[in-house]
Design a protein around this ligand. Structure first.
Ligand code: GCO
Ligand code: MG
Length: 403
């Protein structure tokens, strides 16, 4: 058995911050896990260094489930994004080690490929509808089968999903949180024309998606879903805040637009009612924030019983280590739906060399043993951590709102 002999946390900022756990074994094999929690990175780094790593030394790296249970039940304090991202990092690194020891890519350990490739969606955004569509046409020309459309809202200076850069969207943009302004009325008027123009320009053979970013009430979300129905969106994401899962009942009653939620969930309990009552169509939990491959598989099995498919979060704040793990999971899981894919910058890709690839709208994790992703520690050391926050959002009268 490979025995855990050491572990360390590597914090690097090649364009944005990433936290990576590296677990070493006595057989010379190491594994990597992503532990990045956007805007709260150092809390997870400390949780790992100060509280988790001391418990790992000497353990059998093959006992992935047991280590998971040890860290989850053993902490007494269960769930929460910091805890679950730390557990995820350990879990992911142990799957990486198991794959390397076996000489197999992780997806083979998860039951093998259920499909040839993983459908991903790209992000088209712009300050105007025209700019967004221009951008979407570019994604279509790259072969994407699914594209998310986000556009500036007339009358609002800035909004979620619209970047300064044409192709890279990076919301964690400042040393202290940027303040945005929000108007639901203006927003609700702006989305149906975006989808109407989107269908005109892109046709019907491409999936179109939209992210509401938790900003509507259930009845407003029901209205938006209904307004978008003629354009057959693939999904409407995070239509309402989901702390109260029952919120989704009302949305569901009013629209047949498919619903996706879960990027900020960290446990199966966050989604229990949503899945059981079939209030959603896609569950967006992902490896790094929802307890690793082990816990994500549990969520997916439960979802499968209720006709809910996976649609994992894959924004740039999830490192290439998470992306690789997500692709192994996606390739194997029976009820796969779609995977979000925001390309990382060249600097990030250089720090994390990886085997995964994109072709014709599909991604594949590659066939290297383990996750097929590495970290260039020397290069990583050149990029010092830079505090960066996600924005906050206020209504036009100054009231604090959801971002
Ligand atoms: C998405 C997400 C992201 C988040 C970001 C926060 O659907 O990709 O909403 O854009 O805002 O990951 O850290
Ligand atoms: Mg989202």
């Amino acid at each position: 058995m490979p025995k855990i002999t050491g572990a360390k946390v590597i914090v690097t900022s090649p364009g944005r911050n990433f936290v990576t756990l590296k677990i070493e074994t006595d057989e010379g094999i190491y594994g990597l896990g992503d532990a990045t929690l956007n805007g709260r990175e150092l809390a997870v780094a400390s949780y790992l260094t100060d509280h988790v790593i001391p418990c790992l030394i000497g353990r059998d790296a093959h006992r992935i489930e047991d280590v998971w249970q040890y860290l989850y039940k053993g902490a007494y304090w269960r769930r929460g994004p910091v805890t679950m991202s730390a557990i995820a990092a350990v879990d992911t690194a142990l799957w990486d080690i198991k794959g390397k020891v076996a000489g197999l890519p992780v997806y083979q350990l998860l039951g093998g490929a259920s499909r040839e490739g993983v459908m991903v969606y790209g992000h088209a955004n712009g300050k105007t509808i025209e700019e967004t569509i221009d951008n979407a046409l570019h994604y279509q020309s790259l072969g994407y089968k699914a594209i998310r459309l986000q556009s500036g809202v007339p009358g609002l200076a800035s909004t979620y999903g619209v970047s300064k850069d044409r192709y890279f969207y990076e919301p964690a943009d400042a040393d202290l949180p940027t303040e945005n302004l929000w108007s639901t009325e203006k927003y609700l008027r702006s989305v149906p024309p975006l989808f109407e123009k989107g269908r005109e320009a892109l046709g019907w053979d491409v999936h179109l998606l939209h992210d509401v970013h938790h900003r509507l009430t259930p009845i407003e979300a029901g209205r938006l879903g209904k307004d978008l129905e003629p354009f057959r969106p693939f999904w409407m994401e995070d239509a309402v805040p989901a702390e109260n899962q029952a919120n989704f009942r009302l949305v569901r009653q009013h629209t047949t637009t498919p619903l996706a939620v879960g990027e900020i969930f960290n446990s199966i309990w966050d989604a229990k009612q949503l899945i059981e009552e079939q209030l959603i169509d896609y569950i967006r939990t992902t490896v790094v924030h929802a307890g690793g491959i082990t816990h994500l598989r549990r969520i997916a099995s439960f979802a499968d019983m209720h006709n809910v498919r996976t649609g994992s979060h894959g924004a740039t704040d999830l490192s290439p280590v998470c992306m690789a793990a997500a692709l192994h999971f996606d390739l194997s899981v029976p009820n796969f739906g779609i995977q979000e894919y925001m390309r990382h910058t060249e600097e990030t890709d250089a720090v994390f060399p990886h085997a995964y690839s994109f072709e014709d709208g599909l991604m594949h994790p590659g066939d290297k043993p383990g996750l097929g992703v590495d970290i260039d520690e020397e290069l990583a050391a050149k990029y010092e951590y830079k505090r960066a926050y996600l924005p906050v959002n206020r209504l036009e009268d100054g009231t604090m709102f959801h971002w």
